[in-house]
Design a protein around this ligand. Structure first.
Ligand code: SF4
Ligand code: ZN
Length: 312
């Protein structure tokens, strides 16, 4: 039996940071302390903040909701949860139902906003149009744009001063590599642990408390504390995403060469510090159609709405 490096109990996980095996209790406190440290060290949340927690119902966002609820008393901030119903039959509906149950158990208010009501079309309907037009744009691209737009707008309208998302180390490494492969430098500069870099009065600063935590560790943590994670269904459109094969490739690489994901993030942080110092803070413009923040004349949401034939 492998025992914990800090006591004699049975080990349940290995920590690459500590180079040690950990029992259930030590893994839980190690995990929670790392998230707390990230929040404190990088000043992600200040006393008096009103934090909107973006939840999908997956292990990362539920873990984040659980921990932010747990820390809120000592750190003196208030929080509520928001989720977006994309309108994917057999997926969004089940997910939202599970979330309502979880938020209720944690005593957190959950606000649900839908593509259908706010954008004018569900993702299922949008995908039909994309299909007819030869998938020039993929469902995930449109979904991501609409979701970010609605998250920011909903959080702001509900008075949030921060918008917390459950992105973890794996997500950040994947997004960085995708942006690098596309040569999308502005996207790389904008993405980070806290997105205060791009300024606009209507933009709620986004924070990522799980930024340095590998997906695998959150999976272990969520199981150890018994979170009721939504696992039943996978989004049917994931197969169209470029991220899908990249995720598998990165996982294989990590398995053969441990710490690859940490190294990708370290490289990203180095590039960010060099680029941000040179360019200074970016002031985002305003979409001429909807009035929401946009780095182009018309925001991506209005562009895709027009493309899909939705009245703007
Ligand atoms: Fe949206 Fe793509 Fe995620 Fe499905 S897999 S919810 S389409 S981003
Ligand atoms: Zn717009």
């Amino acid at each position: 039996m492998i025992t914990c490096g800090f006591c004699s109990k049975r080990a349940v996980a290995h920590s690459p940071y500590l180079h040690a095996y950990l029992c259930k209790d030590h893994f839980i406190s190690y995990y929670e302390e790392r998230v707390k440290l990230t929040i404190k060290k990088f000043n992600l949340i200040k006393p008096g903040d009103r934090v909107a927690v973006a939840v999908s119902g997956g292990k990362d966002s539920l873990t984040m909701l659980y921990l932010l609820t747990k820390f809120s008393g000592n750190m003196k901030y208030e929080l509520f949860a928001i989720t977006i119903d994309e309108g994917i039959k057999g997926y969004s509906d089940v997910r939202v139902m599970n979330l309502k149950k979880n938020a209720g158990k944690m005593g957190i208010e959950l606000y649900v906003t839908s593509f259908k009501e706010e954008i004018g079309m569900s993702l299922d309907e949008a995908t039909e149009v994309l299909k007819k037009r030869g998938f020039e744009y993929k469902p995930c691209t449109v979904c991501g744009v609409f979701r970010r737009y609605l998250m920011n707008k909903t959080a702001r309208e509900l008075g949030a001063t921060k918008l917390a998302t459950g992105h973890n180390l794996d997500d950040e490494a994947q997004v960085f590599l995708m942006n690098a492969l596309r040569g999308a430098l502005p996207n790389i500069i904008r993405e980070g642990l806290i997105t205060e870099y791009a300024l606009h009065e209507k933009m709620v600063p986004r924070i990522k408390p799980l930024y340095f935590i590998p997906e695998k560790e959150t999976l272990i943590y969520s199981k150890l504390i018994g979170l009721d994670v939504f696992l039943e269904a996978e989004c049917p459109y994931v197969i169209y995403s470029m991220r899908h094969p990249l995720r598998h490739w990165l996982n294989k690489l990590e398995w053969k060469t441990p710490y690859t994901k940490y190294k990708v993030i370290a490289t990203k942080e180095l590039i960010l510090s060099l680029l941000r110092d040179k360019r200074g803070r970016e002031h985002i413009g305003t979409c001429k159609v909807c009035g929401e923040p946009s780095s182009t004349y018309i925001c991506k949401t209005c562009f895709y709405k027009g493309y899909l034939g939705i009245k703007i």
